[in-house]
Each structure stands twice: as C-alpha cells, then as structure tokens.
Design a binder for this molecule. Structure first.
Ligand code: FAD
Length: 465
C-alpha cells in the first residue's frame, strides 16, 4: 500500500469511496480499472437516487428517467476498455415530449411544418456553436492550462453572452411565448428557476432534444452495468448489511468510522455524498441555506392493468415562473408546479417539483392531489390515477434521508455566474479527500456526474505520474 507521504508521492493504491450512487460506482470502476484497490461504503442501497421500486407487481426505476448526452457515457466505456454498450440506449419517442404551456402545447423538438418551427430553428442556430464543446466541458478537468477546456468555455461564452441567466438568454431570442415557456421549463434542469439558472440551461433543449434516450430495458440497467463493471474489477462493497454507513471521517489520517464503531483506514477517501453530509462526518459546521437549495420533488409511481394512453413524455410547466420561484425560495408549496410525466406501457411516473424542505407529501396530501388533478386535466385523462392498480410516492422527506439537505435533487444552487461548467468544482478538499457527485455539480444530472467521475479519475492519474 502506497500513500501520499512526506516526499509528495501521489500514488493512492487503496481508495475508499463513500456513497454507492451513480457517481461513486462510476469512479470506483474507473479507479479499479487503473489497478487501484477500491472499497465502496454505502449506507443504504447501491444506486442512491436510482433504484428499483415494486408497485402493484411492476418494477419501476426511481430517480432519473431521461438519459442525455450519451457521448459522456461512451467516454466512460472507452476509459474502461468496454467495447460494447450494455445499456442499449434508445431514442425516446417524441424527444423531450409535449410541453403543455399556458400558451398552447409545444413538442420539443418542434417538427417541420409546425407553427413554431421557424422560431425553434432560430433557437437551435443560436445554441449550435456549443454542441461540439458541451461533452468536453462535461468531461475535461477545468484547468486554465487545458486548450480544449478554454476553447469550449469560449464557445459557451460566445453563445450565451452577454446573458448570465437562462431567462435573459430566452428573452433575447424573441420567440413565441409558448416556445419561450417551454424553454424556461428546461432551465429547471438546473434545479433552479430560469431567472436563477445559468444561461447554458436555456440552450440545453436545443442541444439535447434530438438525443434524449433511455436504456431499452429501463434506467435500472445503468445501475446493474456499473455494479457489474465494479465487481469485474475487484471493487469491494460494504453495504447496509455489512455496516457500510460512515459515521465519521478524518481526512488527515484517511480514517473512516463506521456504524458500530469499526474503524477502516485508506490512502485516499472520496466522498460521493452531499457536501453538507460530508461536512457533518468531518465534524465541520454544516451550512445549507434554504434559499440556495435546488428543488426537491414528489415522485408518484402508478401501476395499471392496461397500457397508459399517453405519449412517452409530457411536461406541464408552472403557469407563472415568478410565483413558482418565490415559493421555492421560501419553501412553500407553489399553486401550480412543474410536472414531468413519463408513460411506459402499464407504468406511469409523475414527478411533481416541490421545495426542498424535507416535508412528507403523500399522494393523499391536498396539494399533491390538486397537482395530480391538474396533470390529468391538462393531459385529457381525468380520473386516470384513480384507475391505477397501485400507487406509491417518494417525497422530499424520502430524498432527504440519504441525500442533500431538505431532499434537494441537485445539491446547492449557486448564482448564475458560478453555475454550470463555471462553478468552482472543488474536487480536491484535502490531499487525502476528494469528492464527486451531484453535490460537486449543482444542476447536473447523469451526464454531469459521469463527467465529474471521468475528471476526478484523470486528475488523480495525473497526480500519480
Ligand atoms: C426524481 C428524480 C428525477 C431525476 N431525473 C433525472 C433525469 O431524468 N436525468 C438525469 O440525468 N438526472 C436526473 N436526476 C438526477 C440523478 O438521479 C442524480 O444526479 C444522480 O442519481 C445522483 O447520483 P449521486 O451518486 O451523485 O448521488 P446519490 O444518488 O444521492 O448517491 C449518494 C449515495 O450515498 C449514500 N450515502 C449517504 N450518506 C452516506 C454515508 N454516511 N455513508 C455511506 N453512504 C452514504 C446514499 O445512501 C446514496 O446511495 C433525477 C433525480 C431525482 C431524485
């Protein structure tokens, strides 16, 4: 075992990863591929926000449902020398889905012949210069010495400038209000309303509408695949049944204290958990102001006896983004919230955006009932959920258990000028303690956390040269 010693040697051969979500598993596989001995400590179940749930005899994959920027995943496969892709990614029928805006329905991508097609083409043209660079921004260490990173950042600055926020960029496009409303909705991919989200998020619909996909057998295959990649490379797992919950962490000595008091020591510790949770494990002050938290949600999973008569993806935005934003900031329930609806055979998933207050919100809560009725009315299927065989919901209280404070989906949101690829990305907290995951990539979904794992793998490899 070789650790970082007095002479500054940086080869870590024995690595502990705290958190077995997608970020922790991806980095575990990458480091094990380099021959490092890796142990993953997971407090609950591998997969974190992506896990399987049984509802009415059907298996549902919880958490992410859209797999975007698959090129980032292909880079993970290439680094692992995996020559075939077990995910069998399929383009989603209907792309990003129908957006039921107050100004009328908007399909994204807008198809030729549609009244909004010309406006959509202008949005796509404004976003296009970023397309060849986005994957680089997601996967390249943000170093001022990196020509690729600088070129990609410059392309982004040219396409978004002088607008800092998604709202500013969308207004400047002067598109039809229905299309503008649909674009604003996607700024919420940052977990932030459009007036707070970095301008990059306004470009995302144009950059990903043609390539939104999902594994043919469901998102759970991503978890299975990462698990298999780890196991094949000798990664050790400490799961719930083998006290994988870390209770204390000392970066200076590389020591973890587990549930039950067992102590484990490693050359290098990598946190793949929320930064506020990590701070608590280190005995540091925890600071997570509610106003900076990204949104949480109520995910409703319904099983039916027949295929659900809805398109694969429908989106119901809030009527007024300003009202929505005010509610999220103070932690109250908005009058009408963003709803993402995914239908897949007899399975229906409805994700209602809710403030990150760790609040329990069951399907019979009056706000949840009102939001679900709004969804049914907008989609023209009144009473649909009442005909479900079984319904189960995950709420902010659930997401808060193993994740970010309040159950925020994406950790803390920073001001627009520090968001997206421009945020500080504190991968290295101490010579023996690094971090990956959504906490390091506020607003990032799967592409950002897979990309973050590639970046940390590369930075660690460079240090060991
Ligand atoms: C409802 C919902 C919908 C989403 N939709 C999309 C989507 O469509 N597309 C997309 O790209 N992204 C989406 N996301 C985001 C995506 O799911 C996350 O970015 C990703 O799953 C986060 O992975 P992670 O590994 O960073 O964190 P997590 O999944 O939170 O994993 C952290 C792990 O650490 C463990 N842990 C915590 N504390 C400890 C401890 N003390 N000791 C040991 N282990 C610990 C937890 O149990 C957990 O397993 C969605 C998220 C949600 C919740």
């Amino acid at each position: 075992m070789q650790g970082e010693g007095e002479g500054g040697c940086c080869l870590y051969s024995d690595v502990a990863i705290i958190g077995g979500g997608l970020a922790g598993l991806t980095l575990a596989a990458l480091l094990a591929q380099r021959g490092q001995r890796v142990a993953v400590y997971e407090a609950d179940r591998l997969g974190g926000k992506l896990r399987r749930l049984e509802v009415g005899g059907l298996s549902f994959d919880t958490g992410p449902s859209l797999f975007t920027f698959p090129g980032v995943w292909h880079r993970v496969l290439a680094r692992l020398h995996e020559h075939s892709d077990p995910l069998n990614l399929r383009l989603l029928p209907g792309g990003l889905g129908i957006h039921h805006t107050p100004f009328g329905p908007v399909p994204l991508p807008v198809p030729p012949g549609h009244a909004l097609y010309a406006d959509w083409l202008r949005v796509c043209a404004a976003a296009a210069p970023v397309a060849p660079h986005l994957e680089i921004l997601l996967t390249t260490p943000p170093r001022l010495t990196s020509a690729a990173f600088l070129r990609a950042s410059a392309a982004l600055a040219r396409a978004t400038g002088p607008h800092l926020t998604a709202e500013g960029w969308i207004r400047a496009r002067r598109v039809h209000p229905a299309l503008a409303h649909a674009l604003r909705t996607h700024a919420l991919n940052a977990g932030l309303p459009p007036a707070d989200a970095p301008a990059l998020y306004a470009l995302l619909p144009a950059l990903m509408a043609e390539q939104a996909c999902r594994p043919a057998e469901g998102m759970g295959v991503l978890l299975d695949t990462l698990h298999r990649f780890c196991a094949a490379r000798g990664v050790q797992f400490r799961g719930a049944e083998l006290s994988g919950a870390v209770r204390r962490l000392d970066a200076a000595s590389g020591t973890l204290t587990l549930d039950g008091g067992e102590v484990a020591q490693h050359d290098l510790l990598i946190s793949a958990i929320d930064p506020a949770r990590l701070a608590a494990l280190r005995g540091l002050p925890v600071h997570s102001p509610v106003a900076q938290r990204t949104v949480s949600g109520v995910a409703v999973y319904a099983a039916f006896s027949q295929p659900v008569p809805l398109p694969a993806t429908s989106i119901l935005p809030p009527t007024h983004f300003a009202t929505f934003r005010a509610a999220m900031r103070v932690g109250t329930l908005p009058p009408d919230t963003l709803a993402l609806i995914h239908a897949d055979g007899p399975r229906l998933a409805v994700l209602l955006t809710a403030p990150a207050t760790a609040r329990p919100l069951t399907p019979d809560h009056s706000w949840v009932r009102a939001q679900l009725a709004r969804v049914e009315t907008a989609l023209g299927v009144p009473g649909l959920l009442a005909s479900a065989v079984a319904v189960t919901a995950l709420d902010p209280a659930h997401y808060a258990q193993g994740g970010h404070p309040g159950g925020a989906i994406y950790g803390l949101g920073f001001p627009a000028w520090r968001g997206g690829p421009l945020h500080p990305q504190p991968y290295r907290l101490h010579s023996r303690l690094w971090q990956v995951g959504t906490g390091v990539h506020p607003g990032g979904g799967i592409p950002a956390i897979l990309g973050g794992a590639l970046i940390v793998d590369e930075l660690l490899a460079d240090r060991s040269k």
